[in-house]
Design a binder for this molecule. Structure first.
Ligand code: HEC
Length: 149
């Protein structure tokens, strides 16, 4: 009985996207998923440098490549016109497209630089701090200007 009721609820969530709100296939859903992956990946890199996670040069290098690839992905999922709700993107994203795209490029440059630094193994954590900080600063700069909260 319980199981049956549970699956009805799950189905309702899938069809109406009533639980959590955002359709994962919508532009908003797609960019949110990418941003979350970016956060997870960059937190793992930062975690390895700050001692929260064990430092592993190969994992760090792989993470840098992953972040570099991800950093090129969210922008195409910002539609021509802002969604009315559910988005935490400020109207400025659409009003100041040049500036927004500029900050997107700055992130891509920073992640590419991080990848370049990780090409020569063995990696030393000390060499990675500055380029990793630069990536994190690029995330923050755009959020300060273009994200609500
Ligand atoms: C060029 C601007 C820009 C850059 C650079 C940027 N973001 Fe964002 N980010 C946004 C905007 C705008 C949103 C809001 C998206 C929405 O809700 O429509 C957002 C949302 C997010 C979210 C919330 C996703 C959710 O579930 O609602 C996370 C997490 C995030 N970004 C992580 C990152 C990380 C990590 C980086 C750097 C590696 C980064 N972002 C770089 C603009 C940017």
């Amino acid at each position: 009985m319980m199981l049956k009721r549970l699956s009805v609820v799950v189905l309702a969530c899938l069809t109406l996207t009533a639980c959590g709100g955002v359709d994962p296939n919508s532009p908003l859903g797609q960019r949110k998923t990418i941003f979350k992956q970016m956060l997870k990946t960059s937190e793992d890199l930062g975690g390895m440098l700050r001692g929260r996670l064990a430092f592993d040069g190969q994992k760090f290098a792989d993470g840098a490549v992953k972040l570099d690839n991800l950093s090129r992905e969210p922008w195409k999922h910002f539609p021509q016109v802002r969604e009315d709700d559910e988005t935490s993107a400020r109207a400025e994203v659409w009003e100041k497209q040049t500036r927004f795209q500029d900050l997107a490029r700055q992130l891509e440059v920073a992640t590419a630089e991080l990848v370049a630094v990780t090409r020569t193994q063995p990696l030393k954590a000390a060499d990675l701090a500055a380029p990793t900080d630069k990536v994190e600063a690029a995330c923050k700069a755009c959020h300060t200007e273009f994200r609500n909260h």
